[in-house]
Design a protein around this ligand. Structure first.
Ligand code: PLP
Length: 460
């Protein structure tokens, strides 16, 4: 008599043809929609939902976003963190990316219809921002810029580097290994704490390809130290009188000095002091897209641009667009976060604390991203139980992900890197995570997420 209700479960092809899925199939693709339908059919078979609800249930589980990358609110107080994509783009950079997403004249001169230099506008913006540079080139990231410079200038020859600058740039990538991979030989000079100009000059010979000065972005040696400035190496020559190019890897991407970060090198100063070429990242202190920026002597840049490797390290149009917008309008979220004072943060933290019934505490944030290791960014944070930090990472649907940090057993919500108009979203997410705090929760040895202890030291 009773017909098996499971017979009423719609077939997959019938379900997929439902008008509910027309737009979703275009946006997400048939495979994703089919997977949602299959899962809903399965639930109906198990009797968890009524067969008539399959389409509705499947539609409800479809992802909102077309990429699996999940936007997060950065309440860690660490401005540049590689695990969450380093620099957030400015609104003008985002607009430039959107404009460049379609067909765009990235390598075409619209006046003549002929080919133009790729990303000429971004290169012009860089040269305007750094008048000491004769020319500019953009590649995929800072490491690529360094590889291109050492390959073009020193493959089969020697790169002279101070032992005080044999840095690891994060995630196990070491500068010496990177350079050796280009076919150049490392010629180490000096000691970890002290290197003198004569150490470099005595190492120069007919086989010298270039001298490399790398900024030790993520650590500092204090005490009995001496390092050599660019000025002292300017004009260095091989025995035959040819100039030895000086490559300055400044890392952070500051184009001009920032008074807040007096120890951070910048491209303009490095070039004025005698660097032949500066290499830097686009997504650290510059606050733009991931990119490797090369600025310097026109003939050196030309040699790099003409090297076959340059083609393999070429950046895409979206990066070029975002970089030009960032350089022309440097009011980036990174700059805002860095320059927000403790006094400006305090009322925001107090408002959040009041909304949550918690306390504010004084904290120091970090620049992060391999920049300014010694610079604490004083501010205020809201203290929450440490296990809330973990729950904030995996909130219920429709609640934004908030990344906070754990410091000394306390959870800290730091609004420095949160856009001010999102404070309310942070409050909502934390309130929900706090509300869940009484629920039974497995004790965790290691949350595996962002933890205070590892943040300042995480270079890149
Ligand atoms: C970050 C950094 C790099 C690597 O740059 P990426 O853009 O991460 O490839 C190289 N050198 C220094 C000094 C750095 O700080």
């Amino acid at each position: 008599m009773n017909e098996d209700p499971r017979r009423a479960i719609p077939r997959t092809d019938v379900a997929l043809a439902a008008p509910e899925f027309t737009e979703a199939t275009k946006r997400l693709g048939r495979t994703t929609v089919r997977a949602a339908v299959t899962a809903a059919q399965e639930r109906a078979r198990r009797g968890e939902i009524h067969p008539g609800e399959v389409i509705e249930a499947a539609a409800a589980t479809l992802p909102v976003r077309t990429s699996s990358l999940t936007p997060v609110l950065n309440a860690t107080g660490v401005v540049i963190h590689t695990n969450i994509g380093r620099a957030p783009l400015s609104p003008s950079a985002v607009a430039a990316v959107v404009d460049a997403a379609g067909y765009v004249d990235v390598e075409m001169d619209l006046a003549t219809g002929g080919r133009s230099r790729r990303g000429a506008g971004a290169l012009a913006a860089l040269r305007e921002a750094v008048p000491d540079a004769g020319d500019a080139l953009v590649v995929n990231n800072g490491a690529a810029a360094l590889v291109l410079a050492t390959t073009a200038l020193a493959s089969g020859k020697e790169v002279i580097v101070s032992r005080g600058e044999m840095i690891e740039i994060g995630d196990g990538f070491r500068l010496p290994d990177l350079i050796s991979s280009t076919g150049a030989r490392l010629r180490e000079v000096g000691t970890t704490n002290r290197t003198h100009p004569r150490d470099y000059l005595e190492a120069i010979g007919p086989d010298t390809g270039c001298i490399l000065k790398a900024h030790p972005s993520n650590f500092r040696v204090d005490g009995f130290t001496t390092s050599v400035g660019h000025e002292e190496l300017r004009g260095a020559m091989r025995p035959d009188g040819s100039p030895v190019p000086l490559v300055a890897d400044i890392g952070s991407g500051l184009l001009a000095p920032d008074p807040l970060l007096p120890d951070e090198p910048d491209a303009s100063t490095a070039l004025r002091q005698g660097a032949s070429i500066v290499t830097a990242s686009g997504d650290k202190l510059l606050g733009g897209p991931q990119a490797g920026i090369l600025l310097g002597d026109a003939d050196v840049v030309t040699a790099l641009r003409r090297h076959p490797l340059a083609r393999a390290l070429r950046v895409d149009k979206l990066t070029i667009a975002a970089l030009e917008a960032t350089v022309r309008a440097p009011a980036t979220p990174v700059a805002t976060a860095l320059h927000t004072s403790a006094d400006e943060l305090r009322p925001r933290a107090e408002q959040l604390a009041a909304a949550l019934g918690r306390e504010v505490v004084g904290v120091d944030g970090r620049v992060g991203g391999g920049g300014a290791p010694g610079v604490p960014l004083l501010g205020w944070a809201v203290e929450v139980p440490a296990d809330v930090v973990e729950r904030l990472r995996t909130p219920p649907a429709d609640v934004p992900v908030v990344l906070a940090r754990v410091d000394d057993g306390r959870g800290l919500i730091d609004l420095r890197c949160v856009p001010a108009d999102r404070d309310g979203d942070v409050a909502t997410a934390v309130r929900i995570a706090l509300g869940d705090a009484d629920a039974p929760h497995p004790a965790q040895e290691d949350s595996g997420g962002i933890r205070g202890a590892e943040l300042p030291g995480r270079p890149s």
